[in-house]
Design a protein around this ligand. Sequence first.
Ligand code: CR6
Length: 829
Amino acid sequence: GAGDRSAKAERMFQLMDGFMTNDPMSLQKDILDHVEYTVARSRFNFDDFEAYQGLSHSVRDRLIERWHDTHQYLKRKDPKRLYFLSLEFLMGRSLSNSVINLGVRDQYADALNQLGFEFEVLAEQEGDAALGNGGLARLSACQMDSLATMDFPAWGYGLRYQYGLFRQVILDGFQHEQPDYWLNFGNPWEIERVHVSYPVKFYGAVEEKVLEGKKCHVWVPGETVEAVAYDNPIPGYGTRNTINLRLWAAKPSDQQDMEAFNTGDYINAVINRQRAETISSLLYPDDRSYQGKELRLKQQYFFVSASLQDIIRRFKDSHSNFDDFPEKVALQLNDTHPSLAIPEVMRVLIDEEYLDWEKAWGIVSKIFSLTIHAVNPEGLEKVPVDLLGSLLPRHLQIIYQINFLFMEELKKHYGLDYNRLSRMSIVEEGAVKNIRMANLSLVCCHTVDGVSRLHLATLKTRVFKDFHEFWPQKFQYKTNGVTQRRWIVVSNPPLSGLISRWLGTDAWIRDMDLLLGLRDHAEDASLQEEWMMVRKVNKIRLSEFIEAMIGMKVSPDAMFDVQIKRIHEYKRQLLNILGIIHRYDCIKNMKESDKEKVVPRVCIIGGKAAPGYEIAKKIIKLCHAVGEKINNDSDIGDLLKLVFIPDYNVSVAELVIPGSDLSQHISTAGHEASGTGSMKFLMNGCLLLATADGSTVEIIEEIGNENMFIFGANVQEVTNLRQNGLGVKKSLQFARVVRMVREGYFGFKDYFKSLCDTVEDSSDFYLLGNDFESYLEAQAEADKAFVDQKKWTKMSILSTAGSGRFSSDRTIRDYAQNTWGIEPCKCPS
Ligand code: CR6
């Protein structure tokens, strides 16, 4: 029952508070206890890694305490909860983020000092949790941080992959993929919940039965797999609220194979059971294309089914019927990956809870919302009907029924407009019949969000034109954001301190709009001086990292020009490299006396290519081949360096971003749905060189054209160029640098041929040739600005000052009000 906290609970509370004190003595004892009893190393003899383990278990205890309190409190209050379903979460490291959000960073640092350890050094021991590919997955992680910080009653649900995103190893300039078996050394940030587990069914057949005079569908599965919960506490900043990210692991089910055991085939029965675990074994490493793979579909249903069983159980704990389900539950689909949740809720309500179709549909149509992250039609998921029908026979029936009713509705509205009906149908007819997951979601979700204003405009006029005409009110956008806790406070402590000193408060850590206050001081000489100092410190740290990683010395006085993100043709790393070749070519042909005017540059590129993406892999090789030439050319010296940072991931980003002067976000306009890397650079006072694509359009509104380097065709121009045939305006300079690659100036002539072909005249789909000239102009502008360090620093301060709108706190507040209908519920401290 609800009631007040019992006397016993009160006593427990006091006791716990007694345990979890944060003075250096208690923390030291706590860390040593964990070294001795949890890690089972002698407290007189342990190394940095073991110290990290002891430390993180000590932090974990504090997380668990708050996490329990939050759950108790929410259970009592029973507010509407948000359930955020995502197949990917790119959490990175947890230690630094946790101690900062818990407000015990300095206490732990002191305690460790007294034990003879340094916090930073131990933090470096932690590996990244890389259960995601790129932007979408890191966005989920940032949003979890904001949900917790703003006291929203929310849960994250996902998959606990045993292998995260592959590690990138570079051999002779080529990318090789190595498995990321990240759980090897244990994971102190998760809590295994062996008793929280649910059976998930696959295959089999649907039988129709009559129960109490009503026709019923009974799905008799052919395979059952158990989903076991692993909970990951997510602490808010400056609040006691600590929410849960629940990830599911697949385990063999006891309900299965009894048959096989009974027939005596013991060995094969055990081996068969092990197969169950493959469902959660690996993350698919492709971030933007979809292949109708059975295992991927199994993953999707597995996590959706387990999550919904959990959510419905929690609801039923305190509700006797489903009438107020929509008042208590909001289900957010992070892209269409979890969209099987829709037919799954219908199935559970109808087949297991015995609601009739209309009633179930009434509920389903009120609880789901969807965020679309894709732009390209190839990115939209399609599942072959045969595959879906064999894996989830009952769901296919339900999807057909939803589609039938939808088609009837459309006919009422449009008459027999068959073209429109076939475009909007959930079922795609053709040689292979497919279920269009986006159409299914659009029909069933009450709200569909794009990830930037431009992205929504594109969706409305292109892929979802028909749906927008039919349901204009369903479509919204929430421009992405990132969390300043991780991307300033954790990753850039010197800047964080500087900002707080100049604003006279650290309240910006929860309210980013306060950064606007920096605008008043942008020209203040002493702020500028401190600002430059901080930037210099971070650049030195980055150059040390580069030297340690690849053994190359770079000068922190040069301009650090950075492009880090997944490698994709549309992101145009190739444009960047061709620009670098041009720069090299210019310096090479320069009179000695002119070289003094050159602004020294260190060009840094990092990112992974999907294992099957040949062109992207060639771009990585080209980067190395060009770097090899430039970096060893004595005519060039320190005027130009090209560095490829291997194995780009969240913790590499945390180090690189604060140390960059200029960052590139140069996708062909209309292709980057939002982009979130740019926001992290912006917050850290790095200037942007960018096209007017995705969220950059909105960044320009905040920072002003004059404080950025914007170039290239805009969306309208891209459309026109493509309609009128490409390659209209191709500069001699562009032709020259492509020819250098083609003719083997950097070696590997045959290998690079197909790469060069992609930008040759009429096949230059991403318009590198068209944008090259204006790209070079923007680069020249950046050089000019950099020479004037006062001007540059002012632009840098104004970048940080204007970055408030790109906090994920703003995004989440908007979702909470306008999509999910949830309110904060703050656990008393
Ligand atoms: N690849 C978009 O391409 C966007 C993120 C997060 C992406 C990117 O522009 O910032 O999502 N899309 O919304 C998908 O993952 C499908 C991405 O990360």
